[in-house]
Design a protein around this ligand. Structure first.
Ligand SMILES: [Zn+2]
Length: 255
């Protein structure tokens, strides 16, 4: 019985020792795990810090980018302003050039006017010479036709038995529809003022369109004024383009 009791005790001790060892081992394991957890936690914390760092760096980067953008924008604005200023400067230059050009133009105009004055001086000389020629000279002008024609007949010339209509209405402008009597009067009035300027005495057969003066009467007006020349103004028309048209100035052969 004693021997059995001793064996039981030994077994119990072995069991206790094993249990102790096992328990210690578990304790160590738990401690290791908690250590690992700590390490994980620390790592997580570190990671979070990193993240914060990243966030901070991103913010810094953003801020830098913003600064860069602002700088860029400022630069752009400055460049734009510079360009605008340059443009304004160029514009001012262009304007001043324009003004210069205008000045030059004005000078040219002045020169032209001076040139004209010179021409006028020449033409004044010519006028003086022409005034000598035109002194006491009479020019009779007959603007051909009148508004209403007179179809009654009269001899075609002094002593002639052949007759024709006393006066006709004349031609009419193809596109302007202006009557020949109107056009002839306009030209005659211009010639009258030009001849008078040159010192000639001018006699007009008519100065309006609403008249009734036959061709013989017109010749008599010129003859009675003792004109040195008789100018009859016409703008006749003809369908045949090969026909030549002539202008006659009838000098006074009696003088
Ligand atoms: Zn005519």
């Amino acid at each position: 019985m004693r021997k059995n009791s001793i064996i039981f005790l030994i077994i119990m001790i072995i069991v206790l020792v094993i249990s102790f060892i096992f328990i210690n081992k578990e304790k160590n394991n738990i401690a290791r795990t908690s250590n690992r957890e700590n390490v994980y936690e620390q790592n997580i914390a570190l990671n979070e810090e990193d993240n914060q760092n990243i966030v901070v760096s991103i913010n810094i980067n953003n801020a830098q980018q913003n600064e860069a953008t602002v700088e860029k924008q400022e630069n752009e604005v400055n460049t734009e302003n510079t360009i605008r200023n340059q443009n304004t400067a160029e514009g001012k230059e262009a304007e001043s050039k324009k003004t210069e050009n205008k000045k030059v133009e004005n000078k040219t105009k002045e020169n032209k006017i001076v040139g004209n004055k010179t021409t006028n001086k020449v033409s004044e000389k010519e006028n003086k010479e022409e005034n000598k020629k035109s002194k006491n000279k009479t020019i009779a002008i007959d603007p051909g036709h009148q508004t209403k024609g007179d179809s009654s007949k009269e001899p075609i010339g002094p002593g002639a038995t052949e007759t024709k209509a006393k006066v006709t209405t004349g031609a009419t402008g193809v596109s302007t529809k202006q009557t020949e009597s109107e056009l002839n009067l306009k030209v005659a009035l211009k010639l009258e003022s030009e001849l008078k300027q040159r010192g000639y005495r001018v006699v007009m057969t008519r100065t309006t369109n609403n008249v009734n003066i036959s061709n013989i009467q017109r010749a008599e007006i010129a003859n009675n004024s003792n004109a040195d020349a008789f100018i009859r103004i016409h703008a006749d028309s003809v369908d045949n383009e090969t026909v030549n048209r002539n202008v006659y100035i009838m000098p006074n052969f009696t003088k």
